[in-house]
Write a protein that binds this ligand. Structure first.
Ligand SMILES: C[S@@+](CC[C@H](N)C(=O)[O-])C[C@H]1O[C@@H](n2cnc3c(N)ncnc32)[C@H](O)[C@@H]1O
Length: 231
């Protein structure tokens, strides 16, 4: 396959072109790790083929707070390019990265580029559709991560259902969201999630409306605990 590399100075982005796939590559540094994140441009991945500010913010938060995932079981929802889960793995976690099936190849590519082979056994990449197949996962996680996964009100009930299932054994959840009134994400964080989770704002990116939340599930009996309606 013939490959052309073009460097875009403004965004430090490399573009690789071949007959089948166009990959844009962005470079980041967190916690002294240099990450090269590939985005599959012509693979019909939509929002998944982008590194969102909320993802960068969550990585910066881990860096700032020196979050240590050593030996911890971590699951990431809506991994997209995988930038957050990859950093969690480099920081010592046993990380399950998840997304819709069509996104997994992009995640696999980024894992193979960024995770040294000696650490690869700590990374697992699996399909997880919120509200549909979360029961395939054993909810014994220490951490649940998600960046910019709160952006479509249609799936909020399914997302809550999955979060509640996965957080059943006391996981700490870090959600990083860009708050956009147009999709109801402020209402989701301020009014809906607090029914089920203790929620705390732990970081904000000024000027970008990006907020990092730390959450834990509120313990309830099953009778007190109706799942949110999918309507
Ligand atoms: C806006 S992107 C964020 C990607 C990445 N976390 C980041 O911060 O750059 C949202 C991700 O959530 C995934 N997603 C959306 N709805 C989903 C669902 N119902 N089940 C599983 N994943 C979903 C998308 O495929 C996409 O990769």
């Amino acid at each position: 396959m013939t490959t052309t590399v073009r460097v875009l100075e403004s965004s430090e982005e490399d573009v690789r072109r071949g007959p089948e796939i166009i990959i844009h590559e962005n470079k980041y540094e967190f916690c002294r790790y240099n990450l090269k994140i590939s985005r599959f441009i012509n693979a019909n991945l939509g929002f998944s083929a982008h590194v969102w500010d909320a993802g960068v913010a969550l990585c910066r938060y881990f860096e700032k707070e020196k979050i240590n995932f050593t030996g911890k079981k971590v699951i990431e929802l809506g991994s997209g390019t995988g930038i957050v889960g990859i950093l969690a793995a480099l920081l010592g976690g046993y990380v399950t990265m998840t997304d819709k099936p069509k996104v997994l190849k992009q995640i696999e590519t980024n894992v193979s580029i960024n995770i040294p082979s000696v650490c690869r056994h700590r990374v697992n990449i699996r399909p997880l559709m919120w509200g549909e197949n979360h029961t395939n996962f054993n909810p014994a996680y220490d951490f649940i991560l998600g960046s910019d996964i709160v952006y479509s009100s249609v799936v909020y009930p399914a997302l809550i259902e999955t979060l509640r299932y996965l957080a059943d054994q006391g996981a700490t959840i870090y959600l990083s969201s860009e708050l956009r009134k147009s999709n109801g994400s402020p209402d989701f964080h301020n009014n809906l999630l607090p029914h089920y989770f203790n929620c705390q704002v732990v970081d904000r990116i000024e000027g970008k409306d990006v907020v990092v939340y730390k959450m834990t599930k509120i313990a309830t009996t099953s009778e007190e605990d109706p799942l949110p309606s999918k309507e």
